[in-house]
Design a protein around this ligand. Structure first.
Ligand code: GRG
Length: 294
């Protein structure tokens, strides 16, 4: 990774962390337990990949980072909610997240369900607030579509229903393009939309970049579940195998999965080949996503 990318990543990380904290400071929930739970989840770690994609796409179109602040917070709120619910006993029943007890373990199940619900609403409140350059109604619709019953929630339902013995590569791709990919693709689209000046062909190229990088992200996730360790990941290593889940590694093997992730990263770069230097952060993000270690 280059120094310029490291700086971009750190600037974006600090920016989204500051804005998420400020939104809670400005309008805290009138019940301290809920506020504490939301802060526990939001303000302690995470790679902030989705906000980085928002800011990267905004930059690619020559926008200012401030244009994309609301979208960057909104996608991280949705992501945080999805992780809380994903860890619940009714879903993955995971005790560890980002190196700490998952929310329902640190608090209790009811608080975790409600904190997830609250974060989902907070995302749309933040994105729908007036101001900024983008068309807010279209942006709210974009996020709702990605997070909802034709996006992330559908992916989760299909994943729960998948039969590990009979899941094909096509089915796996369709599950993950919904469960993980839809929010990642929407993050890129929202970054572009937040500038208010995304031409249709630019948006199409960026969506294609997001589609490829979303799948590459999931393949890397599957690889790390095999080759990494619990301390580095901050969540239980080997959980896919323990749950007998079909993954890119179980279907393809490690080497072919790595190649597939790299090919998708190359495809993502091809999708934004017409963008100039302003898309450098997105290009470096593609490399980061397939080489990341956590
Ligand atoms: C309404 C019950 C209910 C469920 C909502 C939970 C859910 C639908 C969907 C789950 C989506 C999900 C958890 C996808 C996994 C995607 C994934 C690879 C997450 C890890 O993301 P990272 O690595 O995490 O970006 P950090 O911690 O770095 O932010």
């Amino acid at each position: 990774m280059t120094l310029a990318f490291d700086e971009f990543r750190e600037t974006c990380r600090q920016r989204v962390d500051r804005n998420m904290a400020a939104s809670l400071d400005a309008a805290p929930p009138p019940c301290p337990g809920l506020e504490e739970a939301i802060r526990y989840v939001l303000l302690a770690g995470g790679k902030r990949v989705r906000p980085l994609l928002v800011y990267g796409a905004c930059r690619a179109l020559g926008g200012k980072l401030a244009d994309a602040d609301a979208a960057a917070c909104a996608v991280e709120f949705i992501h945080a909610y999805s992780l809380i619910h994903d860890d619940l006993p009714a879903l993955d029943d995971d005790d560890l997240r980002r190196g700490r007890p998952s929310l329902h373990r640190a608090f209790d199940e009811a608080t975790a369900i409600l904190a997830g619900d609250a974060l989902q609403s907070m995302a749309f409140e933040m994105l729908g607030a007036s101001g900024g350059n983008g068309n807010r109604a279209e942006m709210v619709r974009e996020l709702a579509r990605a997070a909802g019953p034709r996006g992330m929630v559908a992916g989760q339902v299909l994943d729960l229903a998948a039969d590990s013995a009979h899941t094909s590569l096509e089915e796996l791709e369709s599950i993950h393009s919904l469960k993980t990919g839809a929010l990642i693709q929407a993050s890129v689209a929202l970054g572009a939309m937040s500038t208010g000046k995304a031409a249709p062909e630019q948006l199409a190229g960026l969506r294609d970049y997001g589609r490829c990088i979303g799948l590459a992200f999931q393949i890397r996730d599957d690889i790390l579940d095999v080759v990494s360790d619990t301390a580095t990941l901050g969540k239980p290593q080997g959980s896919d195998e323990a749950r007998d889940k079909t993954t890119y590694v179980s279907l393809l093997g490690l080497d072919a999965a790595r190649n597939q992730a790299r090919e998708l990263a190359a495809d993502s770069l091809a999708a934004i080949r017409d963008f100039g230097n302003s898309a450098a952060p997105l290009r470096q993000l593609a490399d980061y996503i397939v080489e990341r270690i956590d």
